[in-house]
Design a protein around this ligand. Structure first.
Ligand code: SME
Length: 151
């Protein structure tokens, strides 16, 4: 499904204000993970700036042990500090990488800004080699902007 067809579904999920934010984020993770063939794991981490840690709030895919990640550690922890998208075509080429599954070949992490502050991120793991394009980046930035509206 093209990203343009996914967008109204994301908007509809986020508008369900009788559901908790965690439930709505889980539904977005499930939508993206089941629709996009190369999105094998999708999760949202949120920052605790005092402790300098990221906390997994919602996900779809295999459960991970890495529910708390210190700033600076792994791809996620680096994005907490750089405030920039991190697209990893080949996770084996990364020294500062936290492996969640032996099947993961690539990863994309896009920061989520609320009122200009980096408050979290969407993280996607792929079992496909080098699958992410600028289209994924623009789409995931858009998803994060929509999520920021309900935080
Ligand atoms: N691979 C990530 C850790 C989180 S898992 O992908 C779910 C990283 O290096 O930060």
């Amino acid at each position: 499904m093209p990203f343009d067809a996914l967008k109204p579904k994301v908007t509809t999920i986020l508008a369900h204000d009788k559901e908790s934010i965690g439930q709505r984020l889980t539904e977005i993770c499930e939508l993206l993970q089941t629709t996009m063939g190369y999105y094998d794991w999708v999760g949202f981490y949120f920052a605790n700036h005092k402790e300098k840690t990221l906390h997994l709030k919602a996900f779809a895919g295999e459960p991970t042990d890495h529910t708390v990640i210190p700033f600076g550690k792994g791809i996620c922890g680096q994005v907490a500090e750089t405030n920039s998208n991190f697209v990893v075509a080949d996770v084996k080429a990364q020294n500062n990488y936290i492996a969640c599954s032996m099947y993961v070949k690539a990863e994309i992490v896009v920061p989520l800004f609320k009122d200009g502050k980096n408050v979290g991120q969407i993280d996607i793991d792929s079992h496909t080699e080098d699958p992410f394009s600028e289209e994924d980046e623009r789409f995931l930035e858009w998803v994060n902007q929509q999520v920021a509206e309900i935080l």
